[in-house]
Write a protein that binds this ligand. Structure first.
Ligand code: COA
Length: 179
């Protein structure tokens, strides 16, 4: 799949929620195998995602979807909270489907979020064992905090916070204007 061709990014609507829940669940089951215990990645995960992506999910989050063409396959999504746990904007989730990765979809979604975050700082939390995502955030200039104990579905997991203090700089970096 060439995901970067006819990539459409727009704010999510209620009609997108079931597909977002499905992609989010599939990504966690795939990418968090060996990070979260197996018992958490079965029906408990399905229930958790169904609860997370109910209609109300769009009330307190700004969510973007990336599709192949205006109404084509869902390639990824990003969700942002206007106010994170330590102030500033907070990237709550960034997910791209496995077959669409490494083709610029994540960067395009991150750009949409970063533009909205200006002039505030932007932060996110990533599991320590998610080394691929951490490498990408570092390459985009994100600064990691010391490790802390996060809770995912009530399960304690080591994680780090990644912060961009200068979101104008981040937008330029993502657009290729800065190395
Ligand atoms: C992390 C994720 C969202 C990135 O999305 P993506 O569409 O694959 O990313 P892109 O194709 O836009 O690539 C982003 C950049 O990282 C680079 N990159 C890709 N894979 C990389 C890797 N494993 N290590 C280092 N850099 C990498 C790309 O070259 C690109 O660089 P550029 O911005 O300078 O062009 C996606 O891989 C994903 O959904 N992962 C699983 C879910 C997850 O871990 N989400 C984050 C939770 S906090």
């Amino acid at each position: 799949m060439n995901a970067s061709r006819s990539l459409h990014i727009r704010p999510a609507t209620r009609d997108d929620l079931p597909e977002i829940a499905h992609l989010h669940e599939a990504n966690w089951r795939r990418d968090y195998a060996g990070i979260l215990p197996e018992y958490a990645l079965g029906s408990r995960l399905t229930d958790y995602m169904a609860a997370t992506w109910q209609d109300g999910a769009l009330v307190d989050r700004r969510v973007f979807v990336a599709r192949q063409g205006a109404e084509g396959a869902l390639l990824g999504f990003a969700a942002m909270l206007d106010e994170g746990p330590s102030g500033g904007a907070f990237l709550d989730n960034l997910h791209v489907s496995p077959s669409a990765r490494a083709q610029g979809v994540g960067r395009a979604l991150m750009s949409a979020v970063a533009v909205l975050a200006i002039p505030r700082r932007l932060s996110l939390e990533v599991l320590s064992a998610n080394t691929d995502a951490r490498a990408i955030y570092r390459a985009w200039g994100g600064v990691e905090s010391p490790e802390f104990r996060d809770r995912v579905m009530e399960i304690p997991v080591p994680a780090v916070t990644v912060t961009w203090d200068d979101t104008v700089w981040l937008v330029d970096r993502l657009s290729g204007a800065r190395a």
